[in-house]
Design a protein around this ligand. Structure first.
Ligand SMILES: [Fe+2]
Length: 396
């Protein structure tokens, strides 16, 4: 096998394996950048937009600088602010109807992953017929959406660069996933000042979601040397800045690095999928109306422990990226150290590490794993329903 060595990292790009990686990268990153974004939108020919957001963003006026810059550039806008956590297909369709009435030429999502995912749906429903559920799955979006601009106000989902939108099917009560490179936002605007007012528990849940993305994507069966490159940098940035960011979300240096880390991890998961923490986290979130980052976090140490034997060298890489001291330890011990570090981190961020602390009942395990088992394909260790029950029991 021929190798191309990528200097500075220990993994190798292999010519025989190759890789494919989809992205549409137009990123603007700077503290206060939103204040000037109107000029760029004007240059894109945008004259009439719908802002898609949630009531929380409006309450603390996080959209104020966006409104000012749009006014300065004489860009017409209306605001749709009915996005809820775990956004519903009916909400996306209502926003899209509003966008059609207004005949907008672009959509701006500002908020957490829910607002960004809803904006993505508005973007493609403007140019593709039918309902959101018609596009559940991969590659069903045929026509290019109107321009989608994504402005995250949490450092978590990485949705500003991903090719998917996670939307609740209100008839079947399940989470759908619309996946298409066409719905990757045309412009991602990363402004650490927007994270200043984040409540600490949301900062913690979303930051852990980002770190779990980076680690699950790095360990994924679909990982490539190219996605590893983004994910290792994401693990390094997120684990370095997660504590100072949680301690003070208005620390713009920490917030900025968290935004970059979550964006890089988003590029990772968009190309590799996620592992068992997300397979279980999604169904826990849906069954118990739990915040996504919390639901993934509570099972994550136990999933990592389960996976350590599958990819021991990658756990060494994770430990190195997390700057853990590993002298004198063998691969197995380093894997255990990574698991312990994650466990301690969750404790420090005041995130529960036991399902019993979250009113989850053991009686629900069998039903939940029947859904979760359909999402374990990217996980590095072969997983059965029995394995998932064991993980949940250990997390209980
Ligand atoms: Fe996630």
């Amino acid at each position: 096998m021929k190798n191309i060595e990528y200097k500075g990292l220990t993994f190798l790009f292999t010519v025989d394996n190759g890789f494919s990686f989809d992205a549409r990268l137009n990123i603007r990153f700077k503290a206060g950048i939103v204040k000037n974004i109107g000029k760029e939108l004007s240059a894109m020919g945008i004259k009439n937009v719908l802002i898609v957001t949630d009531p929380g963003v409006l309450k603390v006026k996080l959209h104020e600088n966006l409104v000012t810059t749009l006014n300065q550039e004489n860009i017409k806008f209306e605001v749709f602010s009915e996005v809820e956590p775990n956004p519903r297909d009916t909400t996306c369709e209502k926003a899209a109807e509003f966008a059609k009435e207004l005949n907008v030429d672009a959509v701006i999502g500002i908020g957490g992953g829910s607002s960004l995912d809803t904006a993505k749906c508005v973007g493609f429903l403007m140019t593709n017929p039918g309902r959101v559920k018609d596009y559940d799955g991969s590659g069903k979006v045929k026509n290019e959406p109107i321009p989608i601009i994504a402005i995250p106000t949490t450092a978590g989902t990485g949705s500003e660069v991903t090719a998917n939108a996670a939307i609740t099917d209100t008839e079947k009560h399940i989470k759908m996933s619309v996946r298409s490179p066409k719905i990757i936002p045309h412009l991602a605007v990363l402004d650490p000042e927007l994270l200043k007012t984040l409540p600490q528990h949301i900062a913690a849940f979303s930051a852990m979601d980002a770190l779990i993305h980076a680690i699950e994507s790095f360990l994924s069966r679909r990982a490539t040397a190219f996605s590893d490159y983004f994910n290792l940098k994401a693990i390094e940035l997120l684990s370095k800045y997660i504590r100072p960011f949680y301690a003070e979300p208005s620390n713009t240096e920490a917030a900025g690095n968290m935004l970059i880390g979550s964006m890089l991890a988003g590029l990772g998961i968009s190309n590799t999928g996620t592992g068992n923490a997300h397979a279980l986290g999604r169904v826990l979130g849906g069954s118990y109306d739990m915040a996504h980052g919390l639901a993934c976090s509570v099972v994550f140490p136990y999933v990592l422990k389960f996976n350590a034997m599958a990819q021991p060298q990658k756990f060494v890489e994770i430990a190195r990226a997390m700057d853990l001291k590993t002298e004198g330890l063998n691969e197995k011990e380093i894997g255990q150290k990574v698991v312990r570090e994650i466990y301690e981190l969750l404790r420090e961020l005041n995130i529960p590490v036991k399902l019993s602390e979250l009113n989850v009942t053991k009686e629900s395990f069998n039903d939940m794993v029947k859904v979760a088992i359909t999402n374990v394909a990217p996980n590095p260790r072969k997983t059965t329903e029995v394995d998932l029950v064991s993980i949940l029991e250990e997390a209980f």
